[in-house]
Design a protein around this ligand. Structure first.
Ligand code: ATP
Length: 245
């Protein structure tokens, strides 16, 4: 399988002094779901932001190593150009535009698409994956539930036709039933739309249930990586991430 994303030995520093990623490497092959597991503060969100170029707005910087997407260096690129190349990050904490309606939020995601016919088709595709949003299309996003807002930001990402979607803790704060629903949709977006997924999660059980390959991260480094069938059987993963003793 072709390597789509290659993060090679990166170091990330915040505010010129705080070293958060200490030589982190990972790769994502085209068409797969890859997950990064790790505790609070391990540096998972930082890893995604380094890839999408969003670190700069938080005074963070990739100070060493390289990030390559589809054979092209992206670690010095502006975030809007990274989006144009096909990488879309769904940020942690459901950042919907609360004053806009559900449909207006989706249309924001389509701003790079010129054809109105295409946009209409894409809206239908998003409503097909998220029937709950269809019922809410004219509601202000601030008034829909947390789970629906999470669906909305994933839907907004889909409108931009990403090749690689970066998902930061999509399960956060949601009921187990909704988590199941969202993970099922993520799996379908991968298999039916062909979107490659890099998923950061604290909910290791769910993440390992849909991913093909997983990385385990501790204090800014990868300490373990394997195909998920193997990770699920790994004693450390069982003990520290899946809660078996
Ligand atoms: P969480 O699940 O809590 O988001 P995480 O694994 O995603 O954890 P990060 O959010 O990447 O971890 O944070 C890693 C470390 O970097 C933490 O120690 C955090 O305090 C620090 N950090 C994150 N963002 C900044 C920032 N903007 N400025 C300074 N330090 C930061």
């Amino acid at each position: 399988m072709a390597v789509m994303l290659e993060v090679n030995n990166i170091e990330v520093v915040y505010n010129d002094v705080i070293l958060v990623l200490k030589g982190l490497s990972l790769r994502v092959e085209e068409g797969r779901i890859v997950t990064v597991l790790g505790n609070n503060g391990a540096g998972k969100s930082t890893t995604l932001k380094a890839i999408s170029g969003l670190l700069k707005s938080e005074d963070g910087e990739v100070t060493d190593g390289s990030i390559t997407f589809m054979g092209k260096r992206i670690d010095r690129m502006e975030p809007e150009n990274i989006v144009r190349m096909g990488i879309f990050q769904v940020m942690e904490g459901r950042k919907a535009f609360e004053d806009l309606t559900v449909e207006e939020n989706l249309l924001v995601g389509a701003h790079t698409i010129k054809s109105r016919k295409q946009i209409k088709k894409d809206l239908e595709m998003v409503y097909h994956y998220f029937p709950r949003l269809t019922q809410r299309r004219s509601f202000q996003a601030g008034y829909i539930s947390g789970g629906e807002q999470q669906m909305l930001v994933i839907g907004r990402g889909l409108m931009a036709h990403p090749r690689l979607m970066l998902l930061d803790e999509p399960s956060m704060g949601l009921s187990p039933m909704l988590v199941g629903e969202i993970f099922d949709i993520i799996r379908r977006i991968n298999s039916e739309e062909g979107v490659t997924i890099l998923l950061v999660e604290q909910n290791a059980r769910m993440a390992l249930s849909i991913a093909d390959h997983g990385y385990v991260m501790e204090s800014g480094r990868i300490v373990l990586d394997d195909e998920v069938e193997k990770l699920r059987e790994n004693e450390d993963v069982k003990e520290f991430y899946l809660g078996f003793t």
